[in-house]
Design a protein around this ligand. Structure first.
Ligand SMILES: Nc1ncnc2c1ncn2[C@@H]1O[C@H](COP(=O)(O)OP(=O)(O)OP(=O)(O)O)[C@@H](O)[C@H]1O
Length: 292
């Protein structure tokens, strides 16, 4: 059976209700996947498509969405099914009519509630992805070592392989060597994170209910989600205020924010090149100046 008939059959099997001749419409292409909407006239779903070889990106997304949903603290699109048909990998989600404005304060409070759910260790059972780049995980007790080896160090080495050397590498290595300095008097607790919480990964239902999507989840310092939420803007002030009211931040966050966002800027440099490597070098220099 060819695509999208196979997709329609998978949806029917997953939902236990007939799904007729599917009309698949492209609604956009992110940088990573093709975003589609599929409808038989009666029901509608949101479908992310990629090549069959990239099924693991969609599997990781489905796993993260399931973990966030299981927390019961935040609203995410429900996973319907995922699979491969021919040369295509697909992830089918409930279709949500998302808008840009809504109850931002509720999102702040919900994210704090998600972060407050106690987790035993840092990391994640499986390696996953941040954008289209691998994100190494495994379970760890030592957050600082995790951030050094699985996050900053990993991206820094990728950057070196991509030709981004010079001060970025010199300052990056200094940071890795002195990472403890940034955690004086602060012991992060393990929290389930969205992991890629930039403004483009949240929206609101018609009644104002906030929704977060497109996660790259793992268990880490809650400050990572907050740092990313501030990196490119896009969240209403009420979001930030409500989070801090629900769970105030340690004063050291002001500096660690740059440390945590350096990971994402390095990742952007490794994915897109352009000015991101220079931005990463500036951030690393700024952080090294804090050590001296
Ligand atoms: N469940 C959903 N129902 C309807 N629309 C959705 C749903 N999830 C996401 N969208 C919309 O589709 C867009 C693309 O979704 P998403 O960010 O998951 O794709 P992506 O390809 O991973 O994006 P990027 O490459 O930019 O990270 C979102 O910006 C959002 O507006």
């Amino acid at each position: 059976m060819t695509f999208p008939a196979a997709l329609a059959e998978a949806i029917a099997a997953a939902t236990g209700a007939p799904f007729g001749a599917a009309h698949l419409a492209t609604v956009g292409g992110g940088d990573i996947h093709q975003a589609c909407s599929v409808s038989d006239g009666a029901r509608r779903f949101f479908v992310k498509l990629n090549t069959a070889a990239r099924l693991s990106l969609l599997q990781a997304e489905a796993e993260a969405l399931a973990a966030l949903a299981a927390s019961g603290r935040v609203r995410v699109p429900q996973v319907v099914c995922l699979g491969v048909s021919g040369d295509k990998a697909y992830l089918v989600l409930e279709h949500l009519d998302l808008r840009q404005a809504g109850d931002a304060a509720a999102l702040g409070a919900q994210l704090a509630a998600l972060h407050r759910v106690a987790q035993p260790r840092f990391g994640w059972a499986r390696d996953n992805w941040i954008g289209s780049m691998p994100q190494p995980n495994g379970w760890h007790d030592d957050w600082i070592a995790f951030w050094r080896d699985q996050r900053l160090g990993y991206q820094l080495r990728l950057a070196a392989r991509n030709g981004y050397g010079g001060t970025l590498q010199r300052d990056g290595e200094s940071l890795l060597a002195d990472l403890d300095t940034f955690f004086d008097g602060y012991t992060p607790a393990p929290s389930l994170l969205h992991g890629d919480l930039w403004g483009g990964n949240h929206g609101y239902l018609a009644d104002g209910t906030p929704v977060i999507f497109d996660p790259a989840s793992y268990v880490g310092d809650r400050e990572c989600d907050l740092a990313m939420s501030e990196l490119f803007g896009g969240f209403a002030p009420a979001f930030h205020a409500a989070y801090r009211e629900a769970w105030p931040l340690d004063p050291g966050y002001a500096v660690r924010r740059t440390l945590y966002n350096l990971y994402h800027i390095l990742n952007h440099a490794n994915m897109f090149g352009g000015g991101y490597a220079a931005q990463a070098a500036r951030m690393a220099a700024q952080l090294v100046a804090q050590i001296r």
